[in-house]
Design a protein around this ligand. Structure first.
Ligand code: MTE
Length: 400
């Protein structure tokens, strides 16, 4: 198969057949691994073939910084590693299709069915893109930064763009990464270099990076326009093909992740063995905010939203933020100690009396971020099935 080089955790669930590789971990396996995900269990979202030029010496791989800049230049991976200060920090990547399966169950969207494990966290090492762009000096009128990968797809190379001000702000942590959890990037994750954009949907973090182009307008790449959008809900898969102007309307492009969460225990189809000796069951899962915003509460209801209780939140990312000044990790400067923005998921848990569980039909949860954005009760269905974030509901099954 084209993906024969992939040595991956056999528990990974393939979502689109053999090729291209699109997979997520079983939710409990992901949760059990804790804050950081091993690369062999990290979710993969590939639109097509992994480029087949990756067996050459990766240090000779080049990418350009071009477009509306005073000093365009070409960089080798060797220079990226050797000539710039390196940074290392954890980032949770989330596919905009995370939890799409729930949308597809209501009405089929134009995307395959991700469960709630379309996300993973790794320690990324690389060079802040603000350092590279400062060297290139964007000129007046420049507003966007386009990224293009080396994977040739039916509609051209994969590419997209984000705003220049995000890239220029070191606080945002946009990085040209060459290491993941201390190792050279895995082929599926963009070897030898990729973009990492904390707080934004994974689709903007272009892999197998070949070009960084500073522009006046957003990217006109096919994948920027026809992917990673939330179109108005009345637009159906059938109608959408004839609506190029709607697709091209940049206001429907999605950048920041939205606030979201999932329950990992109990699982959807788990039979709760309500052991009479234990008085409580620990309901637990994950949550994340978007755009660098921190999750400030996770609430749990057993009565469909009439009453809520607060779960305890654990933010392992804080340990990195509180690392001593100058600490290094995997050879990279730890670069989060001064940062207020949140780049990662967090975990929540709540002990619930077994007797209460026995009397309820389901558990629903919702998270809220520091901007008081919360998860809606109802789903916002859209044609690409993206950014699905209503209350996460798990039905309670009881053994007889
Ligand atoms: N970059 C390229 N060149 N080609 C791709 O298919 N997929 C994007 C993004 N970058 C993609 C890409 C999408 S939709 C996501 S969610 C992330 O990569 C997934 O990154 P991962 O496979 O390393 O988890």
């Amino acid at each position: 198969t084209p993906d024969a080089h992939v040595e991956r955790d056999p528990r990974l669930i393939r979502l689109t057949g053999i090729h291209p590789l699109n997979c997520e971990a079983p939710l409990t396996a992901l949760y059990n691994q804790g804050f950081l995900t091993n690369e062999d269990l990290h979710f993969v979202r590939n639109h097509g073939h992994v480029p087949d030029c990756l067996d050459e010496d990766i240090l000779d791989w080049t990418f350009t910084i071009e477009g509306m800049v005073e000093r365009p230049f070409t960089l080798t991976v060797r220079d990226l590693i050797g000539k710039y200060e390196q940074a290392t920090y954890p980032v949770t990547l989330v596919c905009a299709g995370n939890r799409r399966k729930e949308q597809n169950m209501v009405r089929k969207s134009k995307g395959f069915s991700w469960g709630p494990a379309g996300l993973s966290t790794a320690l990324w090492t690389g060079v802040p893109i603000s350092d590279l762009l400062s060297q290139a000096k964007p000129i007046r009128g420049a507003r966007y930064v386009c990224f293009e990968g080396a994977d040739k797809l039916p509609n051209g190379y994969y590419g997209t763009s984000i705003k220049l001000n995000w890239c220029m702000s070191p606080d945002r942590g946009v990085m040209v990464a060459h290491k993941m959890n201390g190792c050279t990037l895995h082929k599926d994750h963009g070897k030898p270099v990729r973009i990492i954009i904390p707080g934004q949907i994974g689709g903007r973090s272009v892999k197998w990076l070949k070009r960084i182009i500073v522009t006046k307008e957003p990217s006109d790449n096919w994948y920027h326009i026809y992917d990673n959008r939330v179109l108005p809900t009345m637009i159906t898969p059938e109608a959408s093909a004839n609506l190029p102007d709607v697709w091209k309307d940049e206001k429907y492009a999605i950048y920041d992740l939205n606030v979201n969460s999932a329950t990992c225990y109990p699982q959807h189809d788990e039979m709760l063995s309500l052991d009479t000796h234990a008085k409580t069951y620990k309901v637990r899962g994950y949550a994340y905010g978007g755009g660098g915003r921190r999750i400030t509460r996770v609430e749990v209801t057993l009565d469909k939203g009439r009453t809520w209780r607060l779960a305890n939140i654990d933010y392992p990312e804080d340990a990195y933020r509180n690392a001593p000044d100058g600490d290094t990790l995997y050879g990279g400067r730890m670069d989060v100690w001064w940062r207020e923005t949140c780049f990662c998921w967090c975990f929540w848990e709540l002990d619930i009396q077994i007797s209460e569980l026995e009397n309820s039909a389901d558990i629903c949860i919702r998270a809220m971020d520091e901007g008081l954005m919360t998860q809606p009760r109802d789903m916002y269905w859209s044609v690409l099935g993206m950014m699905n974030n209503p209350w996460f509901r798990v039905a309670i099954h009881k053994e007889d």
